[in-house]
Design a protein around this ligand. Structure first.
Ligand SMILES: NC(=O)c1ccc[n+]([C@@H]2O[C@H](COP(=O)([O-])OP(=O)(O)OC[C@H]3O[C@@H](n4cnc5c(N)ncnc54)[C@H](OP(=O)(O)O)[C@@H]3O)[C@@H](O)[C@H]2O)c1
Length: 122
């Protein structure tokens, strides 16, 4: 299968990617940092399956469609999307809460879900 994983370079994402690669699945690895993505894709080459990478900032949902339009080949025939990317923000009592952080958490964790819609439209 061809499986797209967001947050692929993180703790959970990279563990999921390693296991799926072991089973021979072809992966599309997604996060912001291109160097980390390439490093993971390089590591997973040992399983002799092709993996692709897409660097994207899911905190900027308005840029997602445009960025993905440059990756049509990578996005063809995706069977499964694992929408794992998320941030926790900071925990604090409401009177001290930093609204920039609050908004960033919602952009990545909630609005970034628009990603799934756009992936499905390619
Ligand atoms: N680890 C735990 O104990 C735990 C427990 C319960 C739930 N969870 C949940 O599991 C998920 C993954 O957790 P984790 O521990 O693997 O987190 P992590 O190690 O911090 O990884 C987060 C991943 O998301 C990517 N990411 C962050 N912001 C992004 C953005 N704006 N756009 C695109 N990608 C972004 C990061 O890559 P870049 O920074 O390179 O973009 C990284 O690949 C989260 O939903 C988390 O809330 C984790």
């Amino acid at each position: 299968m061809k499986i797209l994983i967001t947050g692929a370079t993180g703790a959970f994402g990279s563990s999921i990617a390693r296991r799926l690669a072991e089973y021979g699945h072809s992966l599309v690895l997604v996060s912001r940092n291109n160097d980390k993505l390439r490093c993971l894709a390089e590591e997973l080459k040992v399983h002799a399956v092709e993996h692709q990478t897409i660097a994207i900032d899911m905190a900027k949902p308005e840029t997602i469609e445009d960025t993905l339009s440059h990756h049509i080949a990578e996005l063809s025939e995706i069977d499964v999307v694992i929408n794992n990317a998320a941030i926790a923000g900071e925990f604090s009592i409401s009177s001290n809460y930093d609204f920039d952080t609050f908004n960033r958490v919602f952009d990545v964790n909630v609005h970034g879900g628009a990603f799934l819609f756009f992936v499905n439209s390619f």
